[in-house]
Write a protein that binds this ligand. Structure first.
Ligand SMILES: Nc1ncnc2c1ncn2[C@@H]1O[C@H](COP(=O)(O)OP(=O)(O)OP(=O)(O)O)[C@@H](O)[C@H]1O
Ligand SMILES: [Mg+2]
Length: 397
């Protein structure tokens, strides 16, 4: 297996024996462990980031609610948190869009904590590029950022996951798996690089040169492809039952969610199967100028009560299914990484009915959450939370 099973369950298991199986004491210890084993962001500073000049947020380990009127900077703050988790924005296509208008450099800095201790993450974004530091040390590759702070991001845009094209579902798998496994991320980067080179070659005019060079690229491409397919299938095998369980819970058992991986090549030996497929497609690929088979064409099939959600699902069903995906993702992080991630819920409460809001809040009780909304009273049911009011790119204290 490619993940470490160093999780809470093992710690609890050994404690059970140490305490002679005394259940009440054991339960207290379990609770204590759960409190410690939680990834969280303690403080976040934004400088010249979007509409923030300079602001520092203190987050509690539970629910943090950023509230305020429209266009004040709530989503901007949520975006910054996710950027430090993954090195990519959940919405900006270009990093430079995050630099405050008229400024040269945006800075995001956070103090976070995981079960391995405290970690400081800083990002400096300029027109010309960015620099990320982890505990003061500049990182050379984005891969070195991943895993320090893991995040799950959910916003109304995430409906794309169900209603959008296959690239949306691949993006979900890629972002999630990359946060769990550096080697997945590295395989993905290498695969995409070779794929880009192969596609550039396919656009050349000299066909005999193309035919001579293709096998060289294909051998490398197939090895990385097999790695991606294998990892994604392991992930989907965990995701499908968890998401089905969350979906049944959210819909009181009225809806059955089914998720399955849809591959573009078949066969036990993915590398060999893809090699055959690539060769069979030489003519087609040269004619079209791009590679028509491989994990960059794979998809996930999502069905609700037996029918394809993308085509037949209602808006509400798609929203619930997307939420089930994200809750399942939290569960996978919990299992594989041994602690839940930081959850970022941007503007999603207003789109859920009361019963679902309540259920969602119950589900995330032990997960640090950064939630944005315009009206706190509508989402919180009187829960004690860390409320932060945002007005025009600043905290209103
Ligand atoms: N690079 C930038 N420089 C300066 N201001 C920016 C930049 N990018 C976005 N903004 C401003 O940030 C504001 C939007 O912030 P944000 O999206 O966080 O709003 P919000 O509080 O989430 O609002 P809503 O409730 O509508 O979702 C807008 O006023 C926008 O002009
Ligand atoms: Mg917003």
């Amino acid at each position: 297996m490619w993940y470490n099973k160093t999780s809470e369950s093992r710690v609890c298991h050994s404690l059970y024996y140490k305490t002679g199986g005394k259940t009440s004491q054991n339960a207290a210890l379990r609770k204590k462990i759960r409190r410690v084993n939680k990834m969280r962001i303690k403080a976040l500073t934004l400088k010249n980031f979007r509409n923030y000049k300079e602001e520092t947020f203190s987050f509690s380990a539970g629910l943090n609610v950023l509230y305020g009127r429209n266009a004040q900077g709530k989503t901007n703050c949520a975006e910054a948190v996710f950027y430090l988790c993954t090195g990519t924005s959940p919405r900006a296509k270009k990093d430079r869009q995050m630099i405050r208008a008229g400024e040269e450099c945006a800075r995001i800095a956070a103090l976070a904590e995981s079960r391995f201790g405290e970690v400081r993450i800083e990002a400096e974004i300029r027109e010309t590029g960015r620099e990320i530091r982890v505990n003061g040390e500049k990182i050379a590759r984005n891969a070195d950022l991943l895993g320090n702070l893991r995040g799950v991001f959910f916003s109304p845009d995430e409906l794309r996951l169900v209603q959008g094209g296959p690239e949306e579902r691949r993006r979900f798998l890629n972002v999630s798996l990359s946060q769990l496994s550096k080697s997945y991320y590295t395989a993905l980067i290498r695969y995409n690089k070779i794929l880009g080179q192969r596609n550039a070659l396919l656009k050349e005019r000299d066909v005999s040169m193309i035919l001579e060079t293709l096998p060289v690229w294909d051998a490398q491409l197939c090895a990385f492809a097999a790695e991606l397919v294998r990892r994604r299938e392991e992930y989907v095998a965990r995701l499908a039952p968890l998401a089905a369980e969350k979906h049944a819970y959210l819909t009181d058992g009225a809806e059955k969610l089914e998720i399955a991986a849809e591959r573009s090549v078949h066969g036990e030996d993915v590398a060999a199967a893809l090699a055959r497929e690539l060769e069979a497609n030489y003519e087609k690929d040269i004619r079209l100028g791009f590679t028509t088979a491989g994990p960059h064409r794979d998809d996930l099939k999502i069905a609700i009560n037996g029918t394809e959600a993308r085509v037949y699902g209602s808006q509400g069903q798609a929203r619930t299914a997307a939420l089930s995906f994200k809750l399942a993702e939290i569960g996978i992080f919990r299992e594989i990484a041994g602690e839940p991630p930081v959850l970022i819920l941007d503007d999603v409460m207003s789109e859920l009915d009361l019963a679902r809001r309540r259920k969602l809040l119950t589900e995330i009780e032990d997960v640090q959450t950064v939630l944005t909304c315009t009206h706190t009273e509508k989402v919180l049911f009187g829960k004690t939370v860390n409320k932060i009011r945002i007005v025009n790119g600043a905290i209103r204290r």
